[in-house]
Design a protein around this ligand. Structure first.
Ligand SMILES: Nc1ncnc2c1ncn2[C@@H]1O[C@H](COP(=O)(O)OP(=O)(O)OP(=O)(O)O)[C@@H](O)[C@H]1O
Length: 264
């Protein structure tokens, strides 16, 4: 199995604080990872490094067989699909949804006078349909609901056919119908053998799509547990991660949920 992401002893320091500390983590081709942990645990910091947006203070990061620090990140980034609140803020409000997606082919946000070839337009149209936003293609990004924006950004992240897909809280701010729609689409993606290796950050166990294979649990910038999902998402590991005892349950279809132990 080929590794697409390999962190060795990775630390990020700001002032006297370690945002993440001594992280060892490997993501292989075909794997789908969820990262869980309390607010401030270092999840987004980890994903920024995986997306070649941030360099570690110490340690080595291998992304798609390139060593961060020894590669031109502008060549590496188009090989990685990334969605996050920070990326959402770079999209001009007046940009049409179709253009939000197609401009990813050129690594830009904000259409100018570029000519896109038929292949790019066809790929963007496919993604509009796959993510259920075809009827919104001519609407402006700024006029979309949070859920519609999230789906548009995932379609944009997939536009370049990336080898690695990184999703930072894709269901944040969605109502339950929107969340369930997104989980269904991400389940289809997770189960597609041609889909890229995927890493998803979430705050809610209900948002983990069935088909996700591995989990990484972080607390205070350090790994609490990591490995195959069923062995890693356990009541014991959740208690170590969040400092609270949970009753954890999972459905036969691979959905998880947890309530505080002894909750009424
Ligand atoms: N540039 C910075 N300088 C100092 N501290 C920072 C900087 N960026 C992030 N931090 C801190 O690093 C810690 C980890 O932040 P990070 O955003 O990675 O956490 P997170 O697990 O994604 O949190 P959340 O779930 O709230 O989004 C937080 O305490 C945050 O305040």
């Amino acid at each position: 199995m080929t590794s697409v992401l390999e962190f060795s002893q990775v630390t990020v320091t700001r002032g006297a604080q370690n945002l993440i500390h001594n992280i060892n983590w490997t993501v292989n081709d075909g794997e789908r990872w969820v990262i869980l942990g309390p607010n401030g645990a270092g999840k987004s910091t980890l994903l920024s490094i995986a997306g070649a947006r941030l360099h570690p203070t110490r340690g080595t990061v291998d992304i798609l067989d390139e060593i961060l620090g020894a590669v031109d990140v502008f060549e590496l980034r188009p090989r990685i699909g990334l969605t996050s609140a920070a990326i959402a803020h770079t999209i001009p409000e007046h940009e049409k949804v179709q253009d939000v997606i197609v401009t990813a082919a050129y690594g830009i946000s904000g259409r100018w006078n570029e000519e896109y070839d038929g292949f790019d337009t066809e790929r963007a149209n496919e993604l509009l349909v796959a993510w259920g936003i075809q009827d919104l293609a001519q609407r402006t990004f700024g006029s979309l609901s949070d859920g519609e924006k999230k789906r548009t950004l995932i379609a944009r992240a997939l536009m370049t056919d990336p080898e690695l897909l990184l999703l930072d809280e894709p269901a944040a701010g969605m109502d339950i119908a929107g969340r369930e729609d997104l989980v269904t689409r991400l389940t289809d993606l997770a189960q597609d053998p041609t889909a890229p290796a995927t890493v998803l950050i979430s705050h809610h166990l209900e948002e983990i799509p069935p088909g996700f294979t591995h989990a990484l649990l972080l607390r205070n910038g350090e790994v609490v547990a990591s490995g195959p999902i069923a062995e890693t998402i356990t009541a014991e590991n959740l208690e170590k991660t969040y400092g609270m005892a949970f009753d954890l349950s999972s459905t036969p279809h691979g959905r998880f949920t947890a309530f505080a132990r002894n909750a009424q």
